[in-house]
Structures are given as structure tokens and as C-alpha cells.
Design a protein around this ligand. Sequence first.
Ligand code: UDP
Length: 330
Amino acid sequence: LGGKVMVTGGAGYIGSHAVLALLDAGYDVVVLDNLITGFDWAVDARATLVEMAVEDPRVAAVLAEHRVRAIMHFAGSVVVPESVSDPLKYYRNNTAATRSLIESAVKAGVPHFIFSSTAATYGTPERVPVTETDPTVPINPYGMSKLMSEAMLRDVAAAHPINYAALRYFNVAGADQQGRSGQSTVGATHLIKIAVEAAIGKRAAVSVFGEDFDTRDGTGVRDYIHVSDLAEAHVAALGWLIEHPGESATLNAGYGRGFSVLEVLDAVDRVTNMRVERQMEGRRAGDPAELVANNAAILATLDWTPARADLDGIVRDALAWERKLAEMGR
Ligand code: UDP
């Protein structure tokens, strides 16, 4: 690569796993994180941590100082209900901050950009599995803030010598299998995180949001992807960008299969040999019945072989990290 990879949000959940995957693949890494939701202890010691916001005007100088040749941009706000109550926070932290970072990248001549996008760009898909060329009609400001960033990247890549990969994540879960990182967010809202918190007694029960969806057991179906497979997809995307100058790609990052809420909770029970308490509740606003990736494009494009799709394995890794967090007193 001839320089470093900058990972914004490298102290956060997915970013910290991308840092590990990059380092394991032999890349030099500089992390840019303002440590508002991330943790400095989540950043591997082999990486350089710069405590700075993505939109800081000094970022261009950091890019030059570290001879950054690629940016993986994970930093952002990710709580969907919060995006509804405070949309301007999302258009600032996601859309405007990304605009600033792209501008810094163009000014510094960074040739490659990898962007954390989301299946929320589809809104309620017309068909499942959903494909990259299907309509993107976000149903919340979070999804829109990411879709606007995708549009900026498309237009900038047409005008400047930079290519990009936008990965649309489905439901990310699990933790590094060597116990080096995991989902550490305080007050997380994601199902597998909540379920393993319940499994270790951090919470009494798991709410099941809706049991009358048009799915096999009435609960919502999602495409859960292991965070380490996702991190490796980013490294593969970087390799592809290096080998395909002038080309860019927008790719679903999922396995192409879904599990219901009850199937996830059954997996937790199998892994723990206990039973987590289910609390049946009404639907959450804006939850689609089923969200599953058509992943043909990412499999065909990238040199990436997902290896951790087994649901019990994902739950096992999430649980191991949850226990480690408890030992650390977090
Ligand atoms: N869910 C649930 N209880 C929870 C959290 C989530 O039943 O405490 C359901 C949610 O309605 C959806 C699925 O689990 O069907 C995944 O939700 P999550 O918040 O993890 O991710 P999302 O798909 O909303 O991004």
C-alpha cells in the first residue's frame, strides 16, 4: 500500500475489529477516534491512536503525516430511535462529518475510501433477500444520513482520483475469537448483545418486539453477521480497491440467511444450557418483518470467504466477550 490505513471509529465495536483484521493482514494502522462512544483500551497497541473528530480541520495534516493511502470510515452515530428524535445529530455526525472527511481525503490525495453503510438504506425492502440495485427508501434519519454519504462518495469518485467501497451492513454481532475486542457499548439495543447480557444476569429478561409478523414464527427475521467476518470483508474490499483503480462498489455485507428473534434466543439457551426469560411485547416502530441480504455481489467481487456464519458460534463469541466485560467490571 505504501502507507497507512486510517480507521475512523477504530475504538468502537466494528472499527476495533477492522483494526485487528488490518494488523493481522500486515497493514499499518492509524486510528482516528474522538472517544465519545469508543474506548482507548479497545484499540490494539500496534495501531497509533489519534484522539480527534472526523470533521476536525487538522485531519488533512494527520493524513499527510501518516502517509495515509486508504481510509476506513466507521465513526458515526448508530442508534436508529435516537436518529428519529434528534435527526440533526445524525446529519451532523454521519452526513456532514463524512463530507468533511471525504474533503480531507481528496485534499490529501488519499486514493481509497471504505465506508460503513447499512441495510437501513433500503428502508422496508420490497423483496427479501434484498439486492444492491433495489430501491433505497430509508424510513429513518439514520438510514438517510448514510444514504446521503453514499451519494457523496459516488459523485466525488466520479470527479476525483479516489475509489470507494460502501458496505451495507446487516445485523452485526459476535466478538473477536481471541478475546481481543467485542461489543462494549453501554446501553446497547441490539438483540444478541441484550440476550447475552440476560444470559449472564445483567438483565432479567429479553423483550421480544412483535410476535405477529409475517414470518415463520411471527418474530422478526434478520441476517446476523459475525463482526470478524465483516472486518475481514473490509480488508478484502481494500485489496479490491487497490487492484481496481477507477472502480467502486456498493455491496451488501450479510450471509444471505436469516434467523428469527425466537431462533436467536433458542441459540442462546443452547449455548448456555439455561433459559433466558422471554417477555413478549408489541412491535418496535419501523421494524421490518424480515431483512436478509442477497450477498451474491460481495461474494463475486471480493476475495472474501465468510467463515463464522454459524449462529451458535456467533452467540458463543458474544457471550465470551460479555463475560470478559463483566470480569473487567464494565
Ligand atoms: N429485538 C427484540 N428485542 C430486543 C432487541 C431487538 O425482539 O430487545 C428484535 C427486533 O425487533 C428485530 C431484531 O430483534 O426484529 C433485531 O433487532 P436489532 O435491534 O438487534 O437490530 P435492527 O435489525 O433493528 O437493526
